[in-house]
Design a protein around this ligand. Structure first.
Ligand SMILES: Nc1ncnc2c1ncn2[C@@H]1O[C@H](COP(=O)(O)OP(=O)(O)OP(=O)(O)O)[C@@H](O)[C@H]1O
Length: 693
């Protein structure tokens, strides 16, 4: 029977007193004072009533697992999250055709409990991130997984808001300041019932807790401008994911880019919050200092995708010593462990307490065999079995802001981002003005001669083609935007619908400006049909084209996330549509298979250009070809029907309606692709289980 944590003279996470432990500790102990709480003063228990503190129920120190029901009542106090994983295998397809799948993780088992921080350590490339991704349900495409991952004894879908994950790549909106980034996120994530002033105060408090008080108003920075440092970016990401005190938090290298003091303070703050809010934290850590290592409750040591050690962090030194690799005096144990199990530099030999020096490969084999002994692996499996039957509260999604609030916040944030990012629209406006001047002066004052018919058609086609083609210029900014969306979506900050609608709303005013200013210049320089109504139609048609092509680029961005490849694909698709729009070859001249059916009918250029033609020619009269028939006129309607083969069965406004419909369809396709990928990918990963081992 394990001891009751509350009656223990030591805090629950305190390292088991061990004679070997103080040897490497240079500057006193790093025992966290988590029980005292500290922090920002905001009670998350008020925000999330199910997230109340309760006595310790399980852990690496052998405290007995208890059900989460208070004696004598029906009320269930949240016991937190018991995460267990058994025999987890991950494989990827081999690089060459017909090659065997490559194993990344093989037979990994372990557990993590509430109030505790489990550190996953190992040499670079050993599979730490892959294990975190697997546990968090976020493995990428092309990866197969197997094994049993349970939360409170039940299978749960982990991504999309049920857990939080601080990834290695720190994807943030570069135009925001630290304060804005965290505050916008607070507005999205915190419940609608929480007053705005308290959300702001909470966000500021979280930023200060992470040591970012001095950088509050500094822009994050990115492609174009330098902003906060890499370590600060990491801390901003942690702030965002810790805002709601998620019950289960994954951290991938939370201390990378930080000096040792900052690493210690960040990790100490995280362990304090974990203890106070009963959070379960799993962190992949590279090279923790002695003080930081002392903060961890559990340790999972991996090498080459295999478990070298899993258990209480305080037991690892003893395990290495018993296996013949004692930690030398004055050496940080985490340094010692990593040196013994890093076989990337295989010529290195490691000291063994036995007479013979060993290669790291031999050392790893000895340690993995030692870990299979009942004292270690059986202990882990027993804990897992205990945790599986605890049966905790259902793993509910956190309460968040209302749909309307999210929509408003996202639209506002996106609008500000588009305004500040010069590459989004301002650069394009400059280029559009340049194109407008160029086209306007080349086709200056077309007049009403017979030859002006051809010139009008060319002006219209080149305007449509060039202005829509240039939409690819904003693609790099949009790809950055999509990366932020992917991160926030996986963390469940908002849904796909909110993103699609807010992006449409925030982009529309900019696209209107892009259509009106260069459009007006071009329209009056070339002398297209006079009249406010004609000009208004011209601008609306142009605006619809730019919105439509942006929607198409959205689809490309989600399928091809690399911006260079995206620009190439986007340009290629537009070029094919343009060539089949009925301008370069008349519709009747287009080869029927493929180019006419379906390309001509799905080309948005067709509907846009024919709308422009109708706007331009209906009601006009031109002198006929002077050389053939003197003093005979040709009506605009004849031009449309006979010379341009325009479909006249519907009005020019129907063309606009079709363009609008196509834009909606494109955005729905984007929505569907994201949703289908969310549903299908986890199933695909699990389908390849038989590849393992
Ligand atoms: N999708 C993939 N396709 C091919 N190989 C992969 C894939 N994902 C991971 N790997 C390989 O699996 C191994 C483990 O990768 P992982 O990123 O998990 O390591 P890590 O321990 O987190 O490394 P680091 O500490 O350097 O971040 C690496 O050798 C990596 O190249």
């Amino acid at each position: 029977m394990a001891a009751d944590a509350s009656s223990s003279p030591l805090p629950r996470w305190a390292p088991t007193p061990s004679p070997s432990r103080p040897l490497w500790r240079w500057g006193g102990g790093g025992t966290p004072d988590a029980q005292t709480g500290g922090g920002d003063g905001w009670s998350l228990g008020r925000m999330f009533p199910w997230q109340r503190r309760r006595p310790a129920v399980a852990g690496f120190d052998g405290v007995e697992v208890a059900p989460g029901r208070r004696a004598g009542t029906d009320a269930v106090d949240d016991p937190g999250v018991f995460l267990t994983w058994e025999d987890v295998c991950v494989t990827v397809a081999g690089g060459a055709y017909g090659a065997q799948p490559v194993s990344i993780l093989s037979g990994i088992s372990g557990h993590a409990g509430p109030g505790e921080v489990l550190a996953i350590m190992g040499p670079s490339g050993c599979g730490k991130t892959t294990l975190l991704d697997t546990l968090a349900g976020r493995l990428g495409p092309g990866v197969k997984e197997s094994g049993l991952i349970l939360i409170n004894g039940q299978r749960e879908k982990l991504a999309f808001g049920t857990s939080a994950y601080v990834t290695q790549d720190n994807v943030l909106m570069s135009t925001m300041s630290v304060r804005e980034a965290v505050y916008y996120s607070a507005q999205l994530q915190l419940p609608g019932t929480m007053p705005v002033a308290e959300k702001r105060a909470h966000a500021d408090g979280v930023v200060r807790d992470m040591g970012l008080g001095d950088a509050m108003d500094t822009r994050i920075g990115g492609r174009m401008t330098k902003g906060i440092s890499g370590g600060q970016r990491k801390r901003v990401t942690i702030c965002i994911e810790m805002l709601t005190r998620p019950r289960l938090l994954f951290l991938d290298e939370p201390t990378s880019g930080l000096d040792s003091a900052a690493s210690y303070h960040v990790m100490r703050h995280i362990t304090r919050i974990a203890a106070r809010e009963n959070m379960t934290i799993v962190a992949a850590v590279h090279q923790p200092s002695g003080d930081v290592f002392d903060l961890f409750h559990g340790l999972c040591l991996l090498s080459n995708g295999r478990t070298v050690f899993f258990g209480a962090a305080s037991d690892a030194t003893q395990f290495f010593a018993q296996s013949g690799f004692p930690c030398p005096q004055l050496r940080n144990p985490s340094d010692h462990f990593l040196r013994i199990i890093n076989k990337d530099f295989d010529e290195e030999v490691v000291e063994s307490s036995k007479a013979r020096r060993k290669t790291t490969a031999e050392a790893i084999d000895i340690l993995t065999d030692a870990y299979q002994s009942p004292a270690y692996s059986e202990k882990t499996m027993n804990r897992i079995a205990e945790m599986k039957v605890t049966g905790g509260a259902p793993f509910r999604k956190r309460e968040q802001a209302r749909f309307s609030t999210k929509l408003f916040v996202l639209t506002r944030r996106s609008f500000v981002n588009m305004h500040r990012d010069i590459g989004y629209y301002w650069l394009r406006l400059g280029v559009y003005l340049g194109i407008g001047i160029c086209l306007g002066t080349i086709f200056y004052q077309l007049g009403h001669s017979y030859s002006s018919i051809q010139s009008r058609c060319e002006t219209i086609m080149y305007t449509t083609a060039l202005l829509t083609f240039m939409a690819t210029g904003g693609f790099p900014s949009f790809v950055e935007d999509v990366k932020v969306f992917r991160r926030e979506r996986l963390s469940g900050h908002y849904g796909v619908a909110e993103y699609v609608i807010s992006n449409t709303l925030s982009a529309t005013p900019y696209l209107a400006v892009l259509a009106v200013i260069p459009g007006a210049m071009l329209y009056y320089l070339t002398g297209l049909t006079k009249g406010a109504a004609h000009f208004a139609y011209f601008v609306v048609d142009l605006c619809m084209c730019t919105m439509l092509v942006e929607s198409m680029m959205m689809i490309i961005a989600v399928i091809v996330p690399d911006f260079l490849m995206g620009i190439v694909v986007g340009s290629g698709v537009q070029a094919v549509m343009m060539l089949n729009s009925g301008f370069f070859r008349l519709p009747s001249e287009l080869p029927k298979p493929v180019w006419k059916y379906p390309c001509y009918y799905i080309s948005f250029h067709k509907y846009a250009v024919q709308g422009f033609y109708k706007n331009e020619f209906i009601g006009q009269t031109f002198p006929s070809d002077q050389l053939v028939e003197k003093n005979v006129t040709i009506s605009g309607l004849q031009v449309l029907q006979e010379k341009l083969e325009v479909e006249m069965g519907y009005s020019k406004w129907v063309n606009i309606a079709i363009l609008f419909g196509m834009m909606v369809v494109y955005r729905v396709i984007f929505f569907a692709i994201v949703k289908i990928a969310e549903e299908v990918r986890p199933k695909q990963r699990r389908m390849g289980w038989k590849w393992c081992k």
